[in-house]
Design a protein around this ligand. Structure first.
Ligand SMILES: [Zn+2]
Length: 418
């Protein structure tokens, strides 16, 4: 792509132009090559969950170059850039970690040798979701240049460990950093649609005890594997009974792992367990999901089965361990939300077409901001979510300027400037 990066990278010295959708759109387009360059820098800096230190430094450098009002890194390792100091508080969020590349033979290019080709930025994380990180930071630049904000303190959070434990980073920000936004904008990929929710999820372990004895006389014992097998079949039936929701879809449950132990391979198993992946739709909670699993165990003749929510306690790259339950609640912003109306208006104004409002299939940090804490949350991000966690991940360059323009326009709209 032919772009004069040096010119695009120089901050403007001219006074702010009058805010208008047209001015925002034009500036985002002018910066497009530089935004693609920044995204390439992010992709080249590998940042698997718990190993984000390097990419945080790249973001810090860019925020400093743009002139963010404050930049800090919290105890968990999240980078938090601030623009403005108004009485209202909002946040843009993008997680900076990525999943592994997987089988390299399925990639047509090197997943970490980021470059622009055929109008796309290629590489692991270009869609999920360093494109969102690059564009929100560059939206900050337009917000400053065009003077689009005076009512808000705006935080731009580059968050860690999302791929391992969605929302943990935001539990930390809300509980420990003292940031309380009235609105959170998630920048995960939406193919430039506006999303307002997704199903929740939880990880559940079911364990039963048996009584071991010599395998030559199994009638003397009580085989834990037979018990867990009967429970497993009840879980399959439970999945069929789970309810649907017109917006979020159906709740589901499936078994992702089974294990057992016995004193030897010539003995009756004395312990067995299954790991459940439960997706939660509207109205389903931790309590309701656990009650259903306990009931399934009772139906299988094992009312004394142990049913527990698993917990997450991996160390961040800073060394911080911030344990949490693996419960990620469902959330959906009401269709009548004034924030959603604002977003839809900003979208139409700056992108010249009506927004398609929908939901994510996967889970995001919204499980903490909206699911646990009830903070109005919505999202838009560059790239198609079909490329998330897939080989040959690539983000259209045109999506970058569109997302930058949308974020800046949303802030201008919330400030009543457009
Ligand atoms: Zn993601």
């Amino acid at each position: 792509m032919a772009t004069n990066l040096t010119k695009a990278a120089t901050p403007r010295k001219t006074p702010p132009a009058a805010a208008s959708f047209e001015a925002i759109r034009r500036r985002a387009k002018e910066m497009e090559g530089d935004t693609a360059r920044f995204l390439c820098d992010l992709v080249r800096t590998q940042s698997f969950s718990g190993k984000e230190r390097g990419v945080i430094a790249v973001i810090r450098r860019e925020m400093r170059r743009i002139g963010f009002d404050e930049i800090r890194v919290d105890g968990l390792g999240n980078i938090i850039g601030r623009i403005g100091s108004g009485p209202r508080v909002m946040a843009f969020d993008g997680h900076v970690d990525t999943v592994l590349p997987g089988d390299r033979s399925q990639w047509a290019f090197d997943p970490f040798d980021a470059r622009v080709e055929d109008g796309k930025v290629l590489g692991r994380g270009s869609v999920d979701q360093k494109g969102g990180v690059a564009t929100m930071v560059h939206a900050g630049r337009i917000i400053k240049e065009l003077g689009l904000n005076d009512q808000f303190t705006i935080y731009f959070t580059g968050t860690v460990m999302e791929e391992d434990c969605d929302g943990l980073c935001w539990q930390y920000i809300l509980n420990e950093d003292g940031i309380k936004p009235e609105l959170v904008v998630i920048t995960e990929p939406t193919n430039l649609n506006i999303y307002r929710g997704h199903r929740g999820r939880m990880e559940i372990r079911v364990e039963v005890k048996g009584r071991s004895c010599h395998g030559s006389a199994p009638e003397r014992g009580d085989n834990a594997i037979y018990k867990i097998a009967r429970i497993a079949l009840e879980i399959e039936r439970l999945n069929e009974r789970l309810r649907g929701d017109p917006f979020l879809g159906k709740g589901t449950v499936t078994i992702s792992e089974v294990n057992s132990s016995s004193p030897s391979l010539c003995a009756v198993a004395d312990e067995s367990g299954i790991h459940l992946d439960r997706r939660l739709t509207s109205g389903e909670t931790k309590a309701s999901a656990l009650a259903e699993v306990r009931e399934a165990a009772a139906r299988a003749g094992c009312p004394d089965a142990r049913v527990v929510v698993l917990s997450y306690a991996q160390a961040a790259y800073t060394g911080k361990v911030y344990p949490t339950e693996k419960y990620y609640p469902t959330w959906a912003l009401e269709e009548s939300s004034p924030y959603l109306r604002c977003a839809v208006d900003a979208y139409a104004g700056v992108l010249g077409k009506a927004a398609f409002v929908d939901k994510w299939t996967f889970s995001t940090n919204g499980v903490a901001t909206a699911g646990l804490k009830g903070i109005p949350t919505l999202g838009l991000g560059p790239g198609n979510e079909a490329y998330a966690h897939a080989a040959n991940e690539a983000c259209p360059v045109g999506h970058l300027s569109a997302a930058v323009a949308f974020y800046a326009a949303l802030v201008a709209r919330l400030n009543g400037k457009v």
